[in-house]
Design a protein around this ligand. Sequence first.
Ligand SMILES: N[C@@H](CCC[C@H](N)C(=O)O)C(=O)O
Length: 277
Amino acid sequence: MKFTKMTGLGNDFIVLENLENKELEYDVLARKLCDRHFGIGGDGLLIVEPSGIADIKMRIINSDGSEAEMCGNGARCFAKYVYENGIVSKGKMSVETLSGIVMPELIFEDDVVDKVRVHMGNPIFRPDLIPVKTDKNQFVEETIKIDGKTYIVTSLLVGVPHTVIFVNSIDENIIVNVGPLIEKLQIFPRGTNVDFVKVEDENNITVRTWERGAGLTLACGTGACASAVASALTNRTMRNVYVHFKKGDLYIEWTSDNNIYLTGKAEKVFTGDIDIV
Ligand SMILES: N[C@@H](CCC[C@H](N)C(=O)O)C(=O)O
């Protein structure tokens, strides 16, 4: 099988084409190929499929084999891939995902795709759509208890479910211990990504995300959107912010008409062939 390895700030993906809609076991492939010791290594697979309603369709399979509805860093890598491989020739394209259509727009530097700005749609706060089990009409600055410790969290849907926690410092030990417990709490019937957010000032936040189905990643695009929206909603920042991850930054705009735009780099790492046994 031919593949291309791509990365969005270190959130890395293996891109595979399935334009003939062949019956492939994506979950098995994801577990095999994403393995960092016995496979190519990646946080997930991005599959290129044909679409009946958009220019192209993106499927995203996490490294544990579960399928996600959407992926922000993945959408940027995917748009660069389909453009550079002649699958979509438009600089602004529509991409079907399981959470609806997103609109990536390529930003060129010296005729090469450097960054991608993705129109991500609206953030959703309705508990039944996130989903989160609560009798409230939204889950903003709510209290949850983990191992006797209390956390104040905000949950929202940005294509995929996110739960945002504001912290005074980013501590990876806490993230890898608490993240998986929150991800699998019973109140989140489809699980949740968990974003740990340090507010630097009204224009800058630092984020690390414990991802549903992939664990601690170097960056998360939908996580950047969710964190920026939660920060502005709770009056910690302005509506447009730079989101800092370990290996680079994303720029998030949450417009007054409630749309989210995500801008950042997308890079090809290498291409190759792999025998699937
Ligand atoms: N890294 C992604 C999100 C990928 C999906 C996530 N793991 C989930 O299952 O919800 C991003 O950049 O948004």
